[in-house]
Design a protein around this ligand. Structure first.
Ligand code: SF4
Length: 364
């Protein structure tokens, strides 16, 4: 693996190369494919490759928290997305690298942006990928450019899972951050139509919804959407708001660490231990204030906490069923502690997590 020359030539801004022949890939993906030098702060296996469509006018949506938002200052080419850099490469060369490193690859994903060519180009790139490699492929879709027929065509072309970046989990926060913005107009109903259509077409546990903590929602909103999705055999994936400089929320604070850790823990308990809604206590503002735990259940909480699993990144699985897409640094800066861990947290990490959780105040 190490004697492959790198880097492939990174395409510069002046050359204006667009999808489907060119794609951006996350910096971590570029490192995994030996297209870019660099190391993660800690060593861990990494095989989730994220591709992002590239256009001269970028994404036509304008979400308040997003690095690609239309009215965020700066050239599209220079914008970051979920706070990490996305260098541009030739699509075929990226696929050739993926094929070369196939044994290390766990999950591939094409992220669409809201753009008139996004569906056509995603289909094109999907076909190019599935012709060459068997690694499971997700599509993180842009609902405004899709319908049932197109979702079916993407499945027929070999896409295995659909992700929908709902992000804002209540109608109110969706409107505030994604609809009522200068070049907004994204529709809550359209997002849910695509989520339900994807569930019908792709099947149980083949659809996921990205949910972001920190966009103005209450804890009750978060917990409610988890139940709503699990009941429909759709995965909620959890993300932590991480301010993108110069976006409209560039100065907004991240959610507090205790709130974040408790949401991670409760989500895991709902998913893996069938935690009932009525055991989760909220105050009048919708803040989670406690978990009612019979002593037998308490043991399960401690066990699950000690495993570290609730604090790992949510993401589409690889063929072995383990998380295959771990997006390192999506929710925190390389210099910050991990909000979600792309590997099992170690004992030192768990000591910190326990302190952050303040469990003794949370269990009733
Ligand atoms: S979790 Fe990863 S692979 Fe799955 S849809 Fe989201 S970005 Fe894509």
């Amino acid at each position: 693996m190490n004697n492959i020359p790198f880097p492939l030539e990174v395409i510069t801004e002046d050359e204006k190369k667009y999808s489907p022949d060119y794609v951006r890939i996350s910096a971590a993906s570029a490192m995994a494919l030996r297209l870019k030098s660099g190391r993660f702060a800690r060593d861990f296996a990494f095989g989730g490759i994220n591709l992002l469509l590239n256009y001269d006018n970028g994404c036509l949506s304008d979400c308040s928290y997003c690095g690609l938002a239309r009215t965020r200052p700066g050239d599209y080419e220079e914008k970051s997305f979920i706070r990490v850099e996305w260098p541009l490469y030739s699509t075929d060369e990226v696929i050739e690298r993926i094929a070369r490193y196939a044994p290390q690859m766990t999950r591939l994903c094409i992220s669409m942006v809201t753009h008139g060519s996004a569906y056509r180009d995603t289909l094109d790139i999907t076909r190019r990928i599935t012709e060459k490699v068997d690694t499971p492929l997700s599509l993180l879709v842009a609902p405004p450019v899709l319908n049932r027929e197109k979702l079916q065509t993407l499945k027929d072309a070999g896409a295995d899972m659909i992700g929908v970046g709902l992000d804002a989990v209540s109608k109110e926060t969706f409107f505030k951050n994604r609809t009522d913005v200068p070049n907004g107009s994204l529709s809550w109903d359209n997002y849910w139509d695509v989520i339900y259509a994807s569930r019908d077409i792709y099947g149980p546990w083949k659809v996921n919804v990205h949910t972001v903590v920190g966009l103005g929602e209450t804890d009750w909103d978060m917990i409610d959407i988890f139940y709503h999705l699990y009941e429909r055999e759709i995965f909620p994936y959890l993300f932590c708001f991480n301010p993108e400089p110069d976006s409209r929320m560039g100065e907004a604070p991240k959610p507090g660490i205790t709130r974040w850790r408790r949401i991670q823990l409760v989500k895991h308990l709902i998913e893996h231990y069938g935690l009932e809604r009525e055991k989760i206590k909220f105050d009048e503002q919708g803040r989670m204030i406690g978990l009612e735990m019979p002593s037998g259940k308490l043991k399960e909480v401690i066990e699950t906490l000690d495993s570290g699993i609730p604090f790992m990144t949510d993401g589409c699985p690889g063929e072995d069923g383990e998380v295959g897409c771990t997006r390192p640094y999506g929710s925190y800066r390389p210099t910050e502690s991990y909000r979600d861990f792309p590997f099992r947290p170690e004992e030192d990490d768990l000591t910190i997590i326990r302190r952050e959780l303040k469990l003794e105040e949370f269990l009733m």
